[in-house]
Design a protein around this ligand. Sequence first.
Ligand SMILES: *Cc1c(COP(=O)(O)O)cnc(C)c1O
Length: 393
Amino acid sequence: MTYQELKAEENQYVMNTYGRFPIALDHGEGATLWDVEGKRYIDLTSGIGVNCLGYNNEKIVSALTEQARKLMHVSNLFTTEPMVKVAKTLVERTHLEGKVFFANSGAEANEGAIKLARKYSFDKYGEGRFKIVTLVNSFHGRTVTTLKATGQDRFHNYFFPFTEGFDYAEANDFDSLRKKCDDMTCAVMMELIQGEGGVLPLDREFVKQVEALCREKDLLLIIDEVQTGVGRTGSLFCFQQYGVKPDVVTMAKGLGGGAPIGAVLAAKSCCDVLTPGTHATTFGGTPLVCAAANAVLDTVADGAFLASVREKGEYLKNGILALGSPAIHGVRGMGLMLGVIVDEGKHTAFANKLIEKGVLALTAGKNAVRLLPPLTISKEEMDEALTIMKEVF
Ligand SMILES: *Cc1c(COP(=O)(O)O)cnc(C)c1O
């Protein structure tokens, strides 16, 4: 089918909840994609930070096909090797000495973390200590609870009543956060680089202060690494570059390299809080997606691979700055999570123009063209993207 034919049927049969770009993608190889009409694109999006090893990655494809032949799914009433292996790798490679709960998405991972924090506090202090402080301009998901956890008013609409017990502190303003943490607070939850909010990294000093406050008041420090995790910023998890020790780390997007998987990684301090009957999901940790996650982690949790992500990030960032375009006011971010800063409100027009010219890009916040390329992107692919960016910017 052509794009026009597909679009007509999409309009008829699929709920209109996304402002989709006007192309229908068909297949990919590395960081290159082709649409149904055969037009070629350099992908600087990885879905939205999902396809971290690119398209048609041999390791993921063979892990998935082999596992599909063996066993795609069993309920969580049985043990499977792929699940145990993902958990073991995550625990060992983060040195958190904890345990993992598997979910299916970022929002669900955050829901799990919120439940864990509330129960941690309930078990220890009883009722009334339920509040979770998040940051203004954050993004934590689309369920009724994680929408409320998201510190942006525009998400707190239509779906009333939202879950109670969230309050928002200003990012990088420790006084603001300390004031929000009262006797009813059980946790602080934050992204280290606000992704949807505009690719805004938190200050190191602020994060350290928040960690110290959490220790002082016995609050759980929940780091939402749904976007920053699994190698995206040049370390397996972003918190490792901030030098802090979270109580809970949530992840999803890149973890399955395209297979839908989310996870809550709880450190020793709280990894036994969720007990039989208190949290569950049918699909979580199913062997098919865990086979993909093992292929991803085998590749990404490697010093040389992570160094290559940092190098590519520098190359792309410097390449963008070297375009010398007056439309570009800077590049923010870490590793291969970058925001090209343009005039406020112009980011969408730039993303559309890039796509028209053959580079897939995202937007974030009010002024960022957000780039989340596959971590395996080649130098040639980056150079091709830079040539097109020069024209567009
Ligand atoms: C994308 C994202 C989520 C939500 O993940 P879903 O898989 O869409 O539910 C949560 N937190 C952050 C930081 C994200 O970037």
